[in-house]
Each structure stands twice: as C-alpha cells, then as structure tokens.
Design a protein around this ligand. Structure first.
Ligand code: AMP
Ligand code: MG
Length: 337
C-alpha cells in the first residue's frame, strides 16, 4: 500500500479533509491529528475497516478502541444510556482529553469494544479531527498511531517512519499539543475510576463530580481496561528511570562499564551532560510538566536510531499531568511484556 503524508494548512484543509473523509467512507485508514496524540482511524460502523487497524498496528484483538465523535448527537447510535455524572463530565471536559466509558449499544461491533459490553468515547478538541469526523459522517474509532507497544505518535513524520505502507493517508499537523493520551474514566454513582491518567486530572474530576476519584492501579482494577495491561510506549533501547539527583552518577558508572548512554533530562540538568551529547534529549523545564508531556514521546523515539545501550530518564513530580507522565514512563521501562 502506498502511504500518502500530507501537511495540512488553513489553505488546503478543505481539500485534504475531504479526501481523508472519502478514505474513511471507503473503509480504509487515515492517521489524523488530535490534541493528545495522533489517531489511526476507521469508521466505527465498518468491521472490515476496524480489523485493518489491528493489522496495521499489530494490536491484540482484546485491546478495545476509543471512538471519536464531533457532536454529542452521535452518542445515540453508540450508547445505551447516559448517566447524570457522565453528562456532567461531557459538559465540562468535551471537547477535550477525556475518554468516558459507556454501556454500548448492541449494534456496536465487538471489534471496537474488544468483546466488552462497554464503549470508550471522546470528543477531541483538535479542529481538524472534528472536521474530519463531520465530513466522514460517522464516528471514527482510533487508537494511537503507532505499532503496538511503541510510544504513541505525536508528529506525522515520526508516524510515517513507523507506519509507511500500512495506512492510506497521514495528515501532518505538527507536534500534538498535549503529547500523552487522554484520561480514561469509568463512573458509577458512588465513585470514579481512572483507568488511564491524562491531562484531565484526579483533582479536576473531583471538583466536577464531588465523588471519590480512584486510580485503577491502586485498586488493582485494570482488568477492566485491557490496553493498560500490556507493556507499552517502549523505545528500542532499555529505559531506566532515575531520580534527578542520581542520574549523573548512574550515567557515569554505566559509562565506566563501557556502555553507550542516552540521557533524557531537563534544562535544570543540562550543563551536567555536555559530555554525553549528542545523545541527550532536553525535555524542557522540570517545573513545566505540560512542556515535559508534550515532548515525552519524541524523546523516547529520539534514541531509536542512536544505537545506545541504555536510556536514563529522570523522574518527575507525580502531580497534575505528572501522574500521566510517570505512568507512561513506568510502562515504557517495564521489564516484562
Ligand atoms: P489507545 O487508543 O491506544 O490510546 O488505547 C485505548 C485505551 O482505551 C486502552 O487503554 C483501552 O484499554 C482503553 N479502552 C478502550 N475501550 C475501553 C472500554 N470499553 N473499557 C475500558 N477501557 C477501554
Ligand atoms: Mg496506544
């Protein structure tokens, strides 16, 4: 398959999005930008097209997809009912980086839900994404645009390197704004379970719903979100997390052993690692966690062609979006798959 990568601009957006919508209507695959990470999309109502997503990514079939909508009216074709709490979250956070789990309608394919009776839905704030869904005339099921287990794609160019020949079109719109995937929540009337942390934080959810908010990890409840079980987000070389105080000494001792080291750190530590250049990636300011999250996957991909033996990355504060950053780094550095 020939993969076309096209840079979208205000001038060509109509033509590009119309062409992309035709590809979706035709049952094929389009990689499109969202504010979190890029999505690899197909029509939610086309089983053949949905299976192509799993083939392109090498994704296990029990890992369900997130369905992207552009209008709340589309929910009536997807979900059985909407609870008061779900409504409040939609009103507050959509469009935006929050995925909500609903009971799915019977007509929704098991390919979308990984065999579960529920469906994950979000309305992206990225304007190109919403316009594409409008033009396609159907909700678009889309996991992150990457080979399964690898860091999610946050630029069209990174994705082209990885998915060339596997998708029909890639819409390049520059770096994703947030850089980590959406927060995924499951709600019952007494509590909220965060299945995957993201830019919508525990505190924001508490403030909106006035219900206890629990990380699924703490409750050991991740069976209900299959995708979170797998080793994920992993760069080619092994990744090790170290505190910012220890990272320099750790690097020195690995260097003495003759290992080639990659370093992921912040401007605060920049001067300590001159000797390790060019194998150093500066994520940004350690006090600006939004900047860190935006660059995170580019940093992990940066070392793919550098032939390093090990990547050392410093830990970040687990507050706000820092919880999501540390969640992804934890999985990316996990030893077993
Ligand atoms: P990705 O699209 O690659 O960001 O992965 C989608 C994420 O959403 C995975 O972590 C899935 O486990 C989660 N997900 C999708 N559908 C459901 C669902 N019905 N219930 C729970 N988690 C879901
Ligand atoms: Mg993914």
């Amino acid at each position: 398959m020939q993969t076309e990568i096209v840079k979208i601009t205000d001038q060509n957006k109509e033509e590009v999005l119309n062409r992309a919508a035709d590809i979706i209507k035709n049952g094929d695959l389009v990689v499109f930008p969202t504010e979190t990470v890029y999505g690899l999309g197909a029509s939610v109502f086309d089983e053949k097209a949905l299976s192509k997503i799993f083939i392109a990514k090498g994704r296990p079939s029990d890992n369900p997809l997130i369905v992207h909508i552009s209008d709340k009216n589309q929910l009536k074709d997807l979900v059985k009912n909407i609870t008061e709490s779900q409504q409040k979250l939609m009103d507050k956070f959509w469009p935006g980086p929050l995925t909500i789990i609903f009971d799915k309608k019977e007509n929704i394919s098991d390919i979308v839900s990984g065999g579960l009776s529920t469906i994950a839905i979000r309305m992206p704030s990225n304007i190109f994404a919403r316009e594409l869904i409008n033009l396609a005339g159907v909700p678009i099921a889309a996991p992150s645009a990457n080979i399964s287990g690898r860091p999610s794609g946050t630029t069209g160019e990174d994705i082209y390197k990885e998915l060339d020949g596997k998708v029909d079109m890639i819409i390049e719109a520059g770096e994703s704004k947030i850089g980590v995937e959406s927060t995924v929540v499951k709600i019952n009337e007494e509590s909220v379970l965060i299945l995957r942390p993201g830019a919508v934080t525990k505190e924001m959810l508490e403030e909106t719903l006035h219900l206890p908010v629990i990380f699924a990890k703490e409750k050991n409840d991740l069976q209900s979100s299959p995708g979170t079980r797998y080793k994920h987000y992993a760069p080619k070389a092994n990744l090790e997390l170290v505190s910012k105080e220890e990272i320099f000494n750790k690097a020195e001792s690995f260097k003495k052993e003759g290992l080639k080291i990659g370093i992921i750190t912040t401007i605060q530590n920049n001067n300590s690692f001159k000797e390790y250049e060019p194998n150093v990636f500066i994520l940004g300011d350690e006090n600006n966690l939004e900047e860190i999250s935006q660059k995170l996957y580019s940093a992990l991909r940066f070392f793919d062609d550098k032939n390093v033996d090990i990547i050392l990355c410093q830990n970040f504060k687990e507050e706000g979006i820092g919880v999501a950053i540390m969640d992804r780094l934890g999985r990316a550095s996990a030893k077993k798959s």
